[in-house]
Design a protein around this ligand. Sequence first.
Ligand code: FAD
Length: 276
Amino acid sequence: MSNSPISFEFFPPQTNEGVEKLTLARGKLAALNPEFFSVTFGAGGSTRDRTLETVTQIKAEGFDAAPHLSCVGSTRENIRAILKTYQDAGISRIVALRGDLPSGMATAGEFQYANELVEFIRAETGDHFHLEVAAYPEFHPQAKSAHDDILNFKRKIDAGANSAITQYFYNADSYFHFMDECQKLGITAPIVPGIMPIVRFSQLARFSDACGAEIPRWMRKTMEGFGDDNESVQAFGRDIVTRMCERLLAGGAPGLHFYTLNQSAPCIRIIEGLSL
Ligand code: FAD
């Protein structure tokens, strides 16, 4: 098991049953002594109340909670009100994002990119919040070029972000290359790899197609070959992801952030399997 800082990401549950399941999962993950739990935010504010409820619950359990906050489609007034609510709730860390509006939803809003949100939060609340931003070792799907994407990432750091969490990936070299490029630009903020445990191949393939994270061909082919045998998919995924986490930490990654999908077991198996 690793001594590096770890954090876990949840989505805000929609039902009472979901809330109970998440409370149980969180209890198990808490035993691993995470640095914080983060909670996603539906673009356009669709989960605003549920994100707040979930982070409030996490705080009440005595853990550091970091709500995500996406700005696309929002006004300054909306964001100002949310920041105030978070400050009043004792929150001191935010994951600041642009977000993606669902297709068909109007884009009228006062923020275009996440660097503008970071700048706004700093202008409104000074150093109150530790700000995390997103980074893309395999590059954001809308980026004009790889280099542009890194320059755009730098804008967020220059605007006042303290650290970053990456989109998930299954190719450690993409992370190391990204780190080298950031270093060349003088970026010293910690960039923590985002880790997606493999639970179901069809679900992972869907997510990956949407967010531009690559499932390497050899992994895709192997998992396709397992067909309905999900146990084999999970055993294969656990092994691959655990070895990748070891490589990332050995290569200098400052911690690991897990996309839990509100499940504890897949993350626990990976973390317990780390031999560092
Ligand atoms: P930005 O940093 O604004 O980048 C978006 C695109 O615009 C990139 O292609 C970039 O190169 C380009 N760009 C950036 N700045 C400029 C500029 N000034 N001029 C020109 N081009 C620019 N989504 C949610 O809705 N809710 C969540 O809770 C959520 N959590 C996430 C957590 C993590 C760790 C990650 C990695 C992603 C998360 N996402 C979430 C997804 C995220 O909102 C999408 O990936 C979104 O498309 C981009 O958000 P961003 O903050 O990276 O945007």
